[in-house]
Design a protein around this ligand. Structure first.
Ligand code: NAP
Length: 281
């Protein structure tokens, strides 16, 4: 028992957890890890189809679809009588210059990465308020703190999600609901393969060379990303913390240094270093 408490294995048991974006990458690793601790875990995504995936349960859910989100969460509530933890992990990236991103492409990015989180929060909050407690963990990115060139709408969607989460946390604390943000650097997942290139950026040559240089650096960093187990351990820590922080950056040290440099250096110096890193100067 003493050993169990030391590893945190006893404290998470019995909790009912929903994780969106659970078919691969960070979401899937978190599902497997938390289920391994004895939690009842539901992993949701568009391609999951119900039933079990190894040690966790799955649910088909598209976070861009109100009814799909509502029905999925109602289903868990009916089966389990409660939802203790929600981790909003569903998301994807989009690459292209601002000028070469259509409003439709930008809105689709926000529909998943920002409004998807909003939909899930809206559906689960009445349940958490009624049970007088719960934990919401929103997966942002270091790109939610540092806007990345040619990832403008991905960064913007995460910046927006950070703003909503910051406010949400204060709104729901009086109801005993804890809210935190995880801001990962690069971890191995299907994220690079699922990234969408904007249509105009594929057709045009205007930014091609700059975009290729910048995305090339990004791809190299992504290739070196480690398996997302540390994120799952962090999620466990947040779930078991009665008073979690708002923000947790996680990932390679050099990547986590970025937000610190942005906050202490004169902005022009930071910007120059950032552009140099991405081979834009
Ligand atoms: N890996 C990294 O280095 C990294 C770094 C910073 C932040 N992040 C963030 O971490 C989160 C997870 O990404 P990942 O790296 O694990 O990438 P991933 O392997 O591509 O996983 C993304 C997940 O989101 C799901 N998804 C996408 N659109 C969805 C929708 N409309 N409704 C429901 N599920 C949807 C996908 O499943 P389906 O296709 O089956 O729906 C998949 O399960 C994302 O929010 C991402 O922005 C990742």
């Amino acid at each position: 028992m003493a050993q169990e408490q030391k590893t945190g294995r006893a404290s998470g048991g019995g909790k009912v957890v929903l994780i969106t974006g659970a078919s691969s990458g960070i979401g899937r690793t978190c599902c497997e890890y938390l289920a391994g601790l004895g939690m009842t875990v539901y992993g949701a995504s568009r391609s999951l189809s119900g039933g079990d995936a190894g040690n966790f349960k799955t649910l088909r859910m598209d976070v861009t679809d109100d009814a799909s989100v509502r029905d999925g969460i109602k289903n868990i509530q009916e089966l389990q009588g409660r939802i203790d933890v929600v981790m909003n992990c569903a998301g994807y990236g989009i690459a292209g210059a601002v000028e070469e991103t259509s409003p439709e492409e930008a809105m689709a990015q926000f529909d998943t990465n920002f409004f998807g989180v909003h939909r899930v929060c809206r559906a689960v909050l009445p349940i958490m308020r009624q049970q007088k407690g719960g934990v919401i963990i929103n997966v942002s990115s270091l790109a939610g703190l540092l806007a990345v060139p040619f990832q403008s709408f991905y960064s913007a969607s995460k910046f927006a999600m950070e703003g909503m989460t910051e406010a949400l946390r204060m709104e729901v604390r009086p109801f005993g609901i804890r809210v935190a943000l995880i801001e990962p650097g690069d971890f191995k997942s299907e994220f690079p393969a699922n990234r969408v290139n904007t249509m105009d950026s594929v057709k045009s040559n205007i930014y091609r060379e700059l975009l290729e240089r910048c995305v090339g650096v990004m791809r190299e960093e992504e290739k070196n990303g480690k398996a997302p187990l540390p994120v799952a351990r962090l999620v466990e820590r947040i779930i078991n913390d009665p008073s979690p922080r708002l923000r947790y950056t996680i990932g390679p040290f050099e990547e986590r240094l970025g937000p610190k440099l942005k906050s202490v250096l004169p902005y022009r110096v930071y910007e120059y270093l950032f552009m140099k890193h991405y081979k834009l100067v």
